[in-house]
Structure formats: C-alpha cells, structure tokens
Design a protein around this ligand. Structure first.
Ligand SMILES: [Zn+2]
Ligand SMILES: [Zn+2]
Length: 348
C-alpha cells in the first residue's frame, strides 16, 4: 500500500510499504479521510522518538478485514480511529484516567498511524460510526473530543463566561462546544484575523487580536473581574502568563497548548493564582470511562444533529501523495491553514 512515512526530522516520504494484516483481536481500516493534527506537524518539525513512522491519528474509513476472534459483522462498517491504546490494567486505567496509563501506545506516534491506505487497529480502538456521517467530518472527531474534554476539566456550566486563547483547531472546537453547551459569553483571542473570523462564524461573541488591543483591559471592560473559564490553546508563554489576569477569582484555567520546554514562568504567576484561588488544570488527550468516553459519543451526536460545524474548520484538501509537500510548506510557514484533509484514494 501507499503511505506517508516520517523517516527523520523534517523528512517525510510518500512510498510503498507492506499492507498490514489484522492480527488476533484487531481490525483493518481502509482509510477514506485523514486530518492533519498539530501534533503531526510538531513531530515533523521537531523530530520524533522513532523512525520510520507512519504519522496520523485523525482518520475515518471502512473496516475491510478482521483478525482472529473479531466478529465478521464489523466488515463494511464505518469507523474512526481512537488513537490512545491504553493497557486497561494499570492503576490509572482502572480509575478511567486512560491518558495517564503507565504503558500506553498511541496510533501515529508509538505505532503505525493513519497517513496510509490501510491502518491496523485493536478492536477497542475503532469508533463505529453511523453510515450517515461523512468521512471528512468523522476524521475531525478526535480534535473535537479534546475540546469537549477541556470543558469537562474546567467544570464548565451553561450560562458561564469563557475565554478561548488561540483560534487554531482545538480553540475553534472549544468555541463550538461552548456554543453548544450554552455559554453566556465566548471571547476568543488570536493574532491572525482569518482565525478570528472563523471563530466568529463558529460562535464567538467577541474576538480580540492581542497585536491590536490590550486583551486584559478589554476583558475587564467586558466581564469585570475575569471569565469563569479560560482555555489556553496557544502554547505561547506570554499568553499563559496572562491567563490568571483574565480569570475571575475561583475561576478555572485549562491548559492544552504545548509550551516550549526551555522557558520558565516567574513565580508571581503562582502568587497570583493563590490570591485569586484559581484552579489551574492540565489537559492531555480526551479520554474518560467507559473508554473512550462521553467526549466521543457526544461528538458523534453533535455531528449527526448538525450542531458541530466541521465544514467551516476545513481549509484545504489534498491527495495523501501531496503530504510531503504540504508539510514542507507548513514547516516553512508558507501555508496558513485550519484543518487539512488528506485523501488516500485520490492520485495527484
Ligand atoms: Zn489530534
Ligand atoms: Zn494502563
């Protein structure tokens, strides 16, 4: 089969690789749509723990083959990848904290992923979908679940006020979930006007560009002492430092942006957090019990009833064979994008 393989830091090749055969307890997905994740781009730009690796974990397709012990009735069913492969046995898995599993695998990071014509999955890692869902929309289920999980971690309640920092794909998914779950006010910040326009279309009430306005002052004007919930989805240290100043006392900040690890925060940050009794909560992936969690079933329901708008999130579509070129342009900051869909069936 054809696949796009990360062979070294910033070396991505579209080539022939052996087609996987599903082993016992596994299924094989014939891939119909792939969405590029920010983490795929990070693995390409910064390098990764292992080579060669087929990247990709935001996929949908049709189950075309099953391994020993898996019901043949799965064949022909539409499915999306659930990328986390927890052990289901350790202390954290027993608690339902699957993303804190002591010995997990991850499709597209620690084992072959979905930038390919076929992908092999444990049966528990296929999310069976109604046929009515489009493959492109289904490829965007995973990033939606991360945003939904952030709202859970932030204990979001309807009629609360929220600020989303960063209108990339996770930020935009968060805007949608805040709208769906009845936020009273959704404020979004981003330095790119295009991203802010999309955020408005998806439900943001106010958009702020920090390169043009003083975000802290604007937030004070709009919500006084700060918002109930602040979602950090930029991974930019200066933005992280501002989070507490725009969160009300006893409010919550949920962090999902990957920060540069060679930077540090002044301890005035902790002082501020203590004085305002703000809850600072980390978010890693999107899982809850029973696996993979309500984040996933709610996303399917929101896609079926039309409340989650995936079409507005998709900025580009390419054949999978173009992935090396697409990543090169992204790495060189020559391709401003939202979600990019790759199609393994189209030939360039
Ligand atoms: Zn992802
Ligand atoms: Zn475990």
């Amino acid at each position: 089969m054809k696949a796009t393989v990360l062979e070294n830091k910033a070396v991505l090749t579209y080539k022939d690789v052996p087609t996987p055969e599903p082993g016992p307890g596994h299924v094989r997905l014939k891939v119909k749509a792939i969405s590029i994740c920010g983490s795929d781009i990070k693995r390409y730009v910064d390098g990764h723990r292992m080579y060669p690796l087929i990247l990709g974990h935001e996929n949908s397709g049709v189950i075309d083959r099953v391994g020993e012990g898996v019901s043949e009735s799965y064949i022909g069913k539409h499915a999306a990848i659930i990328p986390l492969v927890p052990c289901f046995e350790c202390e954290q898995c027993q608690r339902g904290y699957y993303s804190a599993c002591h010995s997990y695998s991850f499709i597209g990071s620690r084992q072959s992923g979905g930038f390919a014509e076929f992908v092999d999955l444990p049966e528990r890692n296929d999310l069976i979908l109604p046929d009515a869902l489009s493959f492109e929309h289904a490829a965007l289920i995973e990033p939606s679940t991360v945003a939904r999980h952030m709202l859970d971690l932030g204990d979001f309640k309807s009629r609360q006020t929220a600020i989303v920092l960063g209108a990339g794909s996770i930020g935009l998914m968060a805007v949608q979930w805040l709208r769906i779950l009845g936020a009273k006010l959704i404020i979004v910040t981003d330095i790119l006007e295009d991203n802010l326009q999309i955020a408005s279309r998806l439900g943001a009430h106010v958009t702020l560009n920090p390169s043009k306005v003083d975000v802290i002052k604007e937030v004070q004007r709009l919500v006084g002492d700060g918002a109930d919930l602040v979602l950090e989805a930029t991974g930019v240290p200066q933005v992280l430092e501002q989070t507490l100043s725009i969160t009300r006392p006893r409010g919550r900040v949920v962090l999902a942006g990957n920060q540069p690890l060679d930077r540090s925060l002044p301890l005035t940050f902790i002082e501020n957090m203590m004085r305002r009794e703000i809850g600072l909560i980390g978010c890693f992936m999107s899982y809850s019990a029973p696996f993979p969690g309500h984040e996933w079933t709610e996303t399917i329901a929101a896609l079926l009833n039309g409340s989650l708008d995936m079409d507005t999130m998709i900025s580009h579509r390419y054949p999978l064979s173009k992935a090396p070129d697409v990543f090169e342009r992204i790495g060189a900051h020559e391709l401003a994008h939202q979600k990019i869909i790759l199609n393994p069936e189209e030939t360039a």
